[in-house]
Design a protein around this ligand. Structure first.
Ligand SMILES: Cc1cc2nc3c(=O)[nH]c(=O)nc-3n(C[C@H](O)[C@H](O)[C@H](O)COP(=O)(O)O)c2cc1C
Length: 207
C-alpha cells in the first residue's frame, strides 16, 4: 500500500488553502493510501535542546536519548514512499515550524554524509510534492519580493537524497478572492503538468 508522509506547516491548520489542496490531491490520487500526518504548525515540535545540538555535533550513537524526536521524524520519512509538504511562505522563506522539522531530520551521519565532494543524501529518493502558498508574488512579472523558499527547500531535500521534487505555487493569496481563485486555478494547471503527481482535479473540488 502507498504510504504518504504529509507535512502541514500553516498556522491556519485545516483552513489553509495549501493544506486543503494537499488533502484533495491525496484523496483523488491515492484514496487508499496510508497517511502519516504531521501538523507542524498547530502541533509544534519541541525546540532544539542543548543535548540535541551536542549529540548531533558530537557524533553520538543513533539511540542516544537526545535523538529521540529526530529518530521519530526520520523514521516517518523512511517509512513513506511519497512526501507531500503544504507550506506557506513566511518572510520570504519556510515558516519556523518547517525549519524546525528540517533541523531534526537533516542530520550528519544519519540522513546525509559529509564527503570531500560535499554533503551526500543517505535516504531513498521518492516523489515529493511541495505546495507553497504566499500572500504576494515571488515569481513571474508580478514578483515584488525574493524567494528564499524554493531553492532552499529543494537544496535541503536534495541533501537528504530526495531529488524527485515538484513545487506548486499558490501566489497572491492575500490579493482578494479573485486572485486567490486564480492562484488555485493556476495550481490545478501546474498539477496536471507534474511528472510524479499528474492529476486533473475539478475546479469545484479545489475551490
Ligand atoms: C508571519 C508571516 C509572514 C509572511 N510572510 C510572507 C512573505 O514573505 N511573502 C508573502 O508573499 N506572504 C507572506 N505571508 C502571507 C502568507 O504567505 C499567506 O497568507 C499565505 O496564503 C498563507 O497560506 P496558508 O493559508 O497556507 O497559511 C506571511 C504570513 C505570515 C503569517
Amino acid at each position: 500500500m502507498k504510504r504518504i508522509l504529509l507535512l502541514e506547516c500553516s498556522p491556519h491548520g485545516q483552513h489553509a488553502r495549501g493544506n486543503r489542496l494537499a488533502r484533495q490531491v491525496i484523496e483523488q490520487r491515492w484514496p487508499a493510501a496510508e497517511l502519516i500526518e504531521r501538523d507542524l504548525a498547530t502541533q509544534p515540535l519541541p525546540p532544539l535542546s542543548g543535548d540535541y545540538a551536542t549529540a548531533l555535533t558530537g557524533s553520538a550513537p543513533f539511540d542516544d536519548p537526545a535523538f529521540a524526536c529526530s529518530e521519530t521524524l526520520i523514521g516517518e520519512l523512511e517509512r513513506s514512499d511519497c512526501l507531500i509538504i503544504a507550506t506557506p511562505m513566511h518572510n520570504f522563506t519556510v515558516p519556523a515550524a518547517l525549519k524546525l522539522w528540517i533541523d531534526y531530520v537533516l542530520r550528519i551521519h544519519r540522513t546525509f554524509a559529509a564527503t570531500p565532494q560535499g554533503k551526500v543524501g543517505l535516504l531513498e529518493d521518492r516523489p515529493t510534492l511541495v505546495l507553497v502558498s504566499a500572500g504576494g508574488f515571488y515569481q513571474g512579472e508580478r514578483a515584488r519580493q525574493p524567494d528564499f523558499l524554493t531553492a532552499y527547500l529543494r537544496h535541503v531535500l536534495g541533501t537528504l537524497g530526495i531529488t524527485q521534487v515538484e513545487f506548486i505555487h499558490l501566489q497572491g493569496m492575500a490579493h482578494g478572492a479573485d486572485a486567490a481563485n486564480a492562484a488555485l486555478q493556476g495550481a490545478l494547471a501546474q498539477l496536471e503538468r507534474t511528472a510524479y503527481f499528474p492529476l486533473s482535479l475539478s475546479t469545484e473540488i479545489a475551490s
